[in-house]
Write a protein that binds this ligand. Sequence first.
Ligand SMILES: [Zn+2]
Length: 731
Amino acid sequence: MVSTTRIALSRSARNHRHRYARHRSLSRKSFPSNPLLRDFEFPPFDVVEAKHVRPGILALLKKLEGDLEELERTVEPSWPKLVEPLEKIVDRLTVVWGMINHLKGVKDSADLGAAIKEVQEEKVKFQLRLRQSKPVYNAFKALQESPDWNVLSDAQKRIVENQIKEAVLNGIALEDGKREEFNKIEQELDKLSKKFGGNVRAATKKFEKLITDKKDIEGLPATALGLAAQRAVSNGHANATPDNGPWVITLDAPSFMAVMKHARNRALREEIYRADVTQASSGDIDNTLIIDQILKLRLEKAKLLGYNNYAEVSMAMKMATIDEAEELLEKLRSASWDAAVQDMEDIKHFAKSQGAAESDDLSHWDINFWSERLRELKYDINEEELRPYFSLPKVMEGLFNLARTLFGIEIEAADGLAPVWNSDVRFYCVKDSSGKPIAYFYFDPYSRPSEKRGGAWMDEVVGRSRVLSRDGASARLPVAHMVCNFTPPVGTKPSLMTFQEVETVFHEFGHALQHMLTKQDEGLVAGIRGIEWDAVELPSQFMENWCYHKDTLMGIAKHYETGENLPEDVYKKLLAARTFRAGSLSLRQIRYASVDLQLHTKYVPGGPESVYDVDRRVSERTQVIPPLPEDRFLCSFSYIFAGEYAAGYYSYKWAEVLSADAFSAFDDAGLDDSKAVQETGQRFRETILALGGGKAPLQVFIEFRRRKPLPDALLSRLVSRARGNPISFEV
Ligand SMILES: [Zn+2]
């Protein structure tokens, strides 16, 4: 999830055009004192400081401003006079901004944050100017209509088409009067989204439940009690302790989820649940009207651009069409339904066996609680006890071995070759089977709470590019970074990981592989650039699947002291836990995705049906227990009203289908047949990992799978639960 956001960020940076006048800069001053302005093979991460940000970025932007003007003056509808200078502009801004943005993520300080904030607005202004360049747009249109069009490669054609499509979606093609109207709508939408998000945050902040009686919070784990006591302290209860309280429960995810899953006090669960689903739906932070205004303006925007609805706008740059997404959601819905009903039966049965008074009348606030009890009983794998089996060096070795087997690459330590921002950061070189370097990556594994943000992500440092060749002959090689937050080693004890962390590093490595193993020389669509964002999670989720592959997992899961294998029954539990309540969880995502699509396709603002009616209609088909009449979940659905997921929430499911289907190609070939696995791996490398954004993702998928994507592999995970195979839970 984190990485999705990161990629979304780097993808938006891609749109910004900007030209690096390297020669001029070098002739004026061969070695600028500001490291942000230097030419480099690997970024000088070791010397960039907060003090460089403001002068560096402002100087860069000024130069680029001039370069853009020059491009607009001299532009011709030809590759060398349009796309090459443009790529240099896009690239320089992406790389330099990427550097400081990266340092903010891994080596933050108050000074750095303030310095970035100071130049942020200037940068955004420049980006807007770039995006709205009419001469550049006109040149792309002219190129498309010129005789040169026919000699362009497929990747080059896609660059031109995407540039035009993006420009059109940004309103550039509109006549002056309409463009003004368009810009006004954009500004208004921006304001409304911010207001929506602000209201949600205000609502979350406003709600607090003070608990003084220990009985009332029974069941909460130590971490949650610690959090609740900490909150109480900051609210003025100076003597609050985790053991004796008082405690403050909030609607922040960690606090809210702890209550839903663990609080034995049913009344407390109900109160917190009701507070959550009615957030930001009343008083002066009511989002109801804002939702309606947003939907109305999005529809107006779509109509201005010549589309029927906003979903068509959103999906113009995505892999799926509205019909395909709806069809998929319905298929998954009907397949998930029976499994979810079965899940509910299991929970009821289990709650009854535990003597729960509410077992015949389970409500929304009981489901998480009882399924968590059932999970503990059936599959609970004590994460802490598993850590000794997953030492970081062994896991990385296993991951690199897998990459060798599947893709025929060698990954070698290259520490010292590139400057790093912290001495724990590792640097690696990726070589092809002939021993030739094809890419590099940084790996920053350990948590450093004082300066590094949480979570895990991957991003590009530089991308593969012919135009930005360092020697004038061969393409510049791609460089990636992977950032995680694992436990640092202590003394001779290596960093020990949970199974979830193992999945995380496989996931991020999948993104990194797509960036590094690209064979695309056109920088604007190399690696992860230019890939439709409902397709971008394919390689990452694909890699996660290998964590459940027995040979792969057993190959890395060895006790760091004794060397003994992960016990067989633990492996089986990991496997089973993966599909525990898969139908219910799937239905929940389908509800979100479906209501999102409905609101952006058929919904008529101001029409006979309210947004809540739409949600209710969707919920009746996607929730085994109907929602509460006062459920106002839409009022806090920030993904689509304050984020970038409008008519895009389906992409979670879409990407899951693609990755499960891609992995099933290995299943079909025979996971025990090493030759077949290698061949399939090579094909994966030559298609999904190599072609980047240079080819439509459906075409790429078909080249790999030799057919269109099918949801069967994902469906089979769901239905295996529904058909027989009920969970037994004798104590
Ligand atoms: Zn991801």
